[in-house]
Ligand binder design. Structure first.
Ligand SMILES: Cc1ncc(COP(=O)(O)O)c(C=O)c1O
Length: 404
């Protein structure tokens, strides 16, 4: 395996103005810092080019519409979707999953049907389905995990039946960093006639995703974890599915014709984008994808894998530290220290200039499975380096000294 020193030949941190010297930001799984290119694109959009989209008859609005639709095409190319018509802009992954649940779910699920989730899902891939369960009577099954914290696809295969209409799994766990074999999960779902939704929030910033190669039906992500702005994300769905789905929110932009007698809908994806969209968010996301692609996800993945290996080695050398998740976790390391609450770990690390996340990470069923209330989580990105890992290890050593 290449070491961090081998591959960190470029100082990517210099691209991120909000990371001062001596501050070790290890909370990218919550939200990524923004490169100058994204900040500049947002500033230019508001300071020079701003106007509404899809409605204006004047030049500026037409240009903004072209830029907004170019962002959609960029997302489609990034995920290798068949066309930009397969991309719906949403606020983020949470909204994307709620959209699928409220639209596809209400139209297609009924009592007697089943959904398969997993024990490591983020609350945003659990609660929307529970809301649908209340309305339709659909049953929810929970796939167990392997010993090292992956979704157990052998168990999924044994559990799936023709009653299952949907499988919804995280592509990468936000707590354990476990990477799903998305292709196999898709084949298992399709073998019983179920659709599959993949929550790609933690995957798209870390690995190259090709939705056609995976073969999935729905793929969702949030822009802010991909170095883009908050308030923008995408749902990618196969065109025939989107085309058959009813709207889930009503308003301007999503209609064909409105009368008090009857209203007809615009085709997808507009049908799912009611109201004035997050125009500048889409442009910021476009800039973020350009930034990530210019570096290359293979290199980003290699960089983060090397950092994770170094972090796991440094932390496991400290007595009383327990690591969670598979050894080859993607960019994320969860850990605990015997007898110390993760919030205390986070507070002491903060005094050392190390920002980590401590808590249940919106994955309470996973915490229950691990039999702990919370973990400390360090997550890595392109702007991290060996210094950040060393600062993390120093901080954790200090925690163990303080707590004896
Ligand atoms: C795996 C996963 N799914 C979904 C979400 C929800 O993303 P958002 O809050 O941006 O909608 C997150 C955010 O932490 C996540 O890590």
């Amino acid at each position: 395996m290449s070491s961090v020193a081998d591959i960190a030949t470029v100082n990517w941190r210099a691209d991120f103005p909000a990371i001062p010297e001596g501050w070790h930001y290890l909370d990218t799984a919550a939200t990524a810092q923004k490169p100058r290119a994204v900040i500049d694109a947002i500033e230019k959009a508001y300071a020079e080019d701003y106007a509404t989209v899809h409605r204006g008859v004047y030049r500026r609005s037409a240009d903004m519409t072209i830029a907004y639709e170019a962002a959609r095409q960029r997302v489609a190319r990034f995920l290798n979707a068949r066309s930009s018509d397969e991309v719906v802009f949403v606020r983020g992954a949470t909204e994307a999953i709620n959209l699928v649940a409220q639209s596809w779910g209400i139209a297609n699920l009924k009592a007697g049907d089943r959904i398969l989730l997993s024990k490591l899902e983020h609350h945003s891939n659990i609660v929307p389905w529970q809301l649908i369960q209340e309305r339709t009577g659909v049953a929810i099954d929970v796939c167990p995990l392997t010993e090292d914290g992956r979704i157990d696809l052998d168990a999924a295969e044994a559990m799936l039946t023709p009653a299952h209409k949907l499988v919804a799994f995280a592509h990468v766990s936000n707590v354990l960093g476990s990477l799903l074999d998305a292709r196999r999960a898709t084949e298992l779902a399709h073998a019983v006639g179920a659709k599959i939704l993949l929550d790609g929030c933690q995957a798209v910033p870390r690995i190259a995703v090709d939705v056609q190669q995976i073969g999935c039906d729905f793929y969702v992500f949030s822009g802010h974890k991909l170095y883009g702005p908050t308030g923008i994300g995408a749902l990618s769905a196969r065109a025939e599915l989107l085309g058959a789905m009813p709207p889930w929110q009503g308003g301007g932009s999503m209609i064909d014709r409105v009368t008090f007698a009857k209203t007809t809908w615009a085709p997808a994806p507009q049908r799912f984008e009611a109201g004035t969209p997050n125009i500048v968010g889409a442009l910021g996301l476009h800039a973020a994808i350009d930034y990530v692609d210019a570096i290359g996800l293979d290199l980003i993945h290699k960089h983060e894998t090397a950092l994770v290996a170094e972090a796991r080695a440094a932390l496991s050398a400290i007595n009383s530290v327990r690591l969670y998740g598979p050894v080859d976790s993607a960019g994320i390391v969860s850990f605990a220290i015997e007898g110390v609450h993760p919030h205390d770990i986070g507070t002491i690390l903060d005094e050392e200039g190390v920002a980590i996340r401590a808590g249940h990470h919106c994955a309470q069923p996973l915490m229950e499975h691990l039999d702990i209330p919370a973990t400390a989580r360090a997550s890595f990105a392109i702007y991290n380096d060996a210094d950040d890992v060393a600062a993390l290890a120093r901080g954790v050593e200090r925690v163990t000294r303080i707590f004896g």
